[in-house]
Structure formats: structure tokens, C-alpha cells
Design a protein around this ligand. Structure first.
Ligand code: ADP
Length: 159
């Protein structure tokens, strides 16, 4: 069974992330979407909230599981038996960062192969940061996030 992992902050989950999840789920028998717990990074949503959003948005995808992890991706991948790490690429900036990470991951876990999926044209300018920047001023985020996540984002900024 080919198991892949797609890791990220997903703070919040965007339609760009979801597109990568849907496409990766078609390529592998099982896709584990893993929220990276990073205590040094201030986040809008807790890890539990982010996992819950991912579970809602991927409920219809039978071979997708949601998890969270601390520490190194290569180690977590080994622990769960994933042999492929999926990453999304929007532009040259992503490529430079992702390629560095790929080289490090290779050194840390030789058995893990990285697969890059090119972002859909519609999602090229989408990032979790952009979502927060628009939401904080009450802008329309319909085209940025899955519909089921939207109320949770709006709630955060109404407080
Ligand atoms: P991080 O916070 O570690 O940058 P993200 O959760 O933003 O992680 O992203 C996780 C992965 O999803 C990365 O590979 C990133 O390049 C990719 N990604 C982020 N936004 C998009 C998008 N709009 N389209 C495609 N891939 C994306």
C-alpha cells in the first residue's frame, strides 16, 4: 500500500490546500494530512481546531486521514509508514524553500520521496496568511477557503 503524507500548518485550511489534498488522494492508496504542531509559531487556530477543519473538509474522501505531529516530518512519516511526502508549489519562492526542505528531508530519511504538485492557476495567490489579512478587515473570503471552514474564521475575527 502506497501511503503519502501532506504536512502543513493549515492555519487556516485554504482551497489551495484542499485542491492538493484531492489530487494527492487520487495518486496514493492512503493520504495522511498532518498538522504540524509548532509551539514557536503563533497560530489563529489550535491544532485540534485545525484537525477538525481538515476532517470536515475531507470527510467525503475515503482514503484521507487527518493527524498531527511535532518535530521532524521524516520521523513522523517513518512512524506511520508513509513513503512519500506531498508538497504544493505555487511559484519560484515556494520552489526555493521547498527544494531546500526536500534536500534536508532526504538527508534525514532516505526512504521518503518528495512529490511536488503544481498549484492550480486559481489558487496561485492563495495562502493562509492572505486569508487572515482579508478576514481581519471583513473582506470576502469565499474564494479562498472551503465553505465549511468560513464560519470558524469569521467567528475568530468577530471577537
Ligand atoms: P507552511 O505554514 O509550513 O508554509 P502551509 O500549510 O501554508 O505550510 O502549506 C503546506 C503546503 O501546501 C506547502 O507545500 C505549500 O507550498 C502548499 N500550499 C500552500 N498554499 C497552497 C496553494 N494555494 N496551492 C497549492 N499549494 C499550496
Amino acid at each position: 500500500m502506497k501511503k503519502a503524507i501532506y504536512a502543513g500548518s493549515f492555519d487556516p485550511l485554504t482551497l489551495g490546500h484542499l485542491d492538493i489534498i484531492e489530487r494527492a488522494a487520487k495518486l496514493f492508496d492512503c493520504l495522511v494530512v498532518a498538522v504540524l504542531e509548532n509551539p514557536n509559531k503563533q497560530s489563529l487556530f489550535s491544532v485540534e481546531e485545525r484537525k477538525c477543519h481538515l476532517e470536515m473538509a475531507t470527510a467525503r474522501l475515503e482514503n484521507v486521514e487527518v493527524a498531527s505531529f511535532k518535530g521532524l516530518l521524516a520521523e513522523f512519516a517513518r512512524e506511520i509508514g508513509a513513503t512519500v511526502a506531498v508538497r504544493g508549489l505555487r511559484n519560484a519562492v515556494d520552489f526555493a524553500a521547498e527544494y531546500q526542505m526536500y534536500l534536508i528531508n532526504r538527508k534525514l530519511g532516505q526512504e521518503i520521496e518528495t512529490v511536488f504538485l503544481a498549484a492550480d492557476e486559481e489558487h496561485l495567490s492563495l495562502s493562509s496568511t492572505n486569508v487572515k489579512e482579508v478576514a481581519v478587515f471583513g473582506g470576502n473570503i469565499d474564494f479562498m477557503v472551503p465553505q465549511e471552514i468560513k464560519p470558524f474564521i469569521l467567528e475568530k475575527y468577530q471577537k
